[in-house]
Design a binder for this molecule. Structure first.
Ligand SMILES: [Zn+2]
Length: 60
């Protein structure tokens, strides 16, 4: 059985589609060719986007 990961909910699931947000999930695995730097930036962008969607985005 494969374990999938929903980047939107940041939760693991057994399904290829998240039952919470209905978005497609992906198999969690560390990027082999992408530099850590780039990956972190990408994750940060997702975080900011999430906050904006939830209306919790605040300027510091
Ligand atoms: Zn989800």
């Amino acid at each position: 059985m494969e374990l999938y990961y929903c980047t939107n909910c940041t939760k693991y699931t057994m399904d290829q589609k998240c039952k919470i947000c209905n978005k497609s999930t992906s198999i969690p695995r560390p990027p082999k060719y992408a530099p850590d730097d780039k990956y972190t930036k990408y994750r940060a962008e997702i975080k900011i986007d999430e906050r904006r969607l939830k209306g919790l985005y605040q300027k510091t």
